[in-house]
Ligand binder design. Structure first.
Ligand SMILES: Cc1cc2nc3c(=O)[nH]c(=O)nc-3n(C[C@H](O)[C@H](O)[C@H](O)COP(=O)(O)O)c2cc1C
Length: 374
């Protein structure tokens, strides 16, 4: 299969075809790293399957001539209810990595969430995005001074929020990566935010003089913080004036605790089925969480979004917006053009689906358009 530039649209159109193309061009280790989930991949499969248990219920004879995909999130207007999820190590997929994805996102006015383990620095990524909003995802390093430095750099370079990933005290049991003996950082990917950090360099990198292998060893020692607890969030609040979101919430009581701790938003997510296997699908978790939050803070969602109707279903169950993960990374295997194509197809599909469900604005989506079947 090959990509084909059409006048108006880059094919393939089908998201699964971008996945096939990625499989063709990527080394097995990199492809499996992106594609796989943890354990027996129960949760990975559930994330996609759960969408099929819900039916959309369209209404007819509604004027849908003018449609509005925009939403407001964290006091900013966004072009559509879609953001690109934080995905680390993107140069294992394409040499342009996060720069290509961020450019493609900005090209469609779609926010990009920069991962802590990016292969380009957070400043370089911010630099290609113009005025389009970007957020910084924090894997809270096991060194508070490095954590603080990352957050302050993000604020200084134009990021609009800090997204703390809270479902990763350590990497999930990723059988395919273990089998392949594949950890992307060992290829040198994903270290840019560390090696460009003055605090990291001073404390762990002998002022920038260690060789790459030794640096990677030091990063791995502090990459995750296994004793991170709710109490620490008050400390983070003091490091930045940016809104703080927690990514990886799967229980309504954790959502309530986030509100009690002054958090500005959550991402209902099981990390795309890459952390604890056997967890329920994120769509299944969404409704009860959105109900208890009751619009008090922003509720984002990810896991299994592949097409326009999936976005509508997540919004109907209470999400304010959704994050797209693997699909854009499959596009990235062909560079920026691939990410752009995946995104424009999803946006056009969403616009089409909105009209066909009988609504003319994203903000008017509610439970009336959805029904669970047995
Ligand atoms: C290859 C890959 C790398 C990821 N890296 C990160 C990361 O660095 N930080 C993070 O919070 N989530 C990470 N995620 C999880 C995504 O942000 C998101 O939760 C997930 O991909 C959504 O599910 P989907 O792939 O079905 O859309 C990663 C996901 C993939 C597929």
């Amino acid at each position: 299969m090959s990509i084909h530039l059409q006048k108006e649209r880059v094919s393939p159109v089908v998201v699964e075809d971008w996945e096939k193309l990625a499989k063709e061009v990527l080394p097995k280790g990199a492809y499996d790293y992106v594609n796989s989930g943890s354990g027996g991949e129960e949760t990975l499969a559930k994330n996609v399957e759960e969408f099929k248990k819900w039916d959309l219920v369209p209404r007819v004879l509604v004027n849908v001539e003018k449609r509005n995909l925009s939403i407001e999130l964290l006091n900013r207007k966004l072009a559509a209810p879609i953001l690109l999820a934080p995905v680390g190590f993107q140069t294992v997929v394409h040499p342009d990595g996060e720069l290509a994805s961020a450019r493609a996102a900005a090209g469609q006015s779609i926010p990009f969430i920069t991962s802590t383990v990016s292969s380009y620095s957070l400043e370089e990524i911010s630099g290609v995005m113009g005025n389009t909003p970007r957020y910084f995802q924090l894997y809270w390093p096991n060194d508070d001074e490095v954590a603080s430095s990352f957050v302050k750099r993000a604020e200084a370079s134009g990021y609009g929020a800090i997204v703390v990933t809270v479902d990763t005290p350590l990497l999930g049991w990723r059988e395919k990566d273990l089998q392949n003996k594949y950890f992307p950082m060992m290829t040198g990917a994903g270290i840019a935010n560390f090696v460009s950090d003055p605090v990291f360099n001073q404390k762990f990198n002998a002022n920038g003089t260690l060789n790459k292998e030794a640096v990677i060893g030091e990063i791995r020692k502090i990459l995750f913080k296994q004793n991170l607890t709710w109490e620490k969030l008050a400390w983070l609040r003091k490091q930045t004036s940016l809104p703080i979101l927690l990514k990886g919430i799967m229980h309504k009581d954790d959502a309530l605790q986030a509100i009690a701790n002054g958090i500005d938003g959550i991402v209902v997510s099981n990390h795309g089925g890459r952390q604890l296997d056997g967890v329920r699908s994120s769509l299944r978790a969404l409704e009860s969480i959105a109900d208890v939050v009751n619009k008090r803070i922003a509720v984002l969602f990810d896991g299994g979004i592949r097409r326009g109707p999936d976005v509508l279903k997540a919004l109907a169950l209470g999400a304010d917006g959704v994050l797209l993960g693997r699909p854009y990374v499959y596009g990235l295997a062909q560079g920026e053009v691939g990410v752009t194509s995946v995104l424009t197809n999803l946006l056009d599909d969403l616009d089409n689906s909105l009209a066909n469900v009988g609504k003319n604005s994203i903000t008017s989506i509610n439970k009336s358009i959805i029904e669970k079947h047995s």
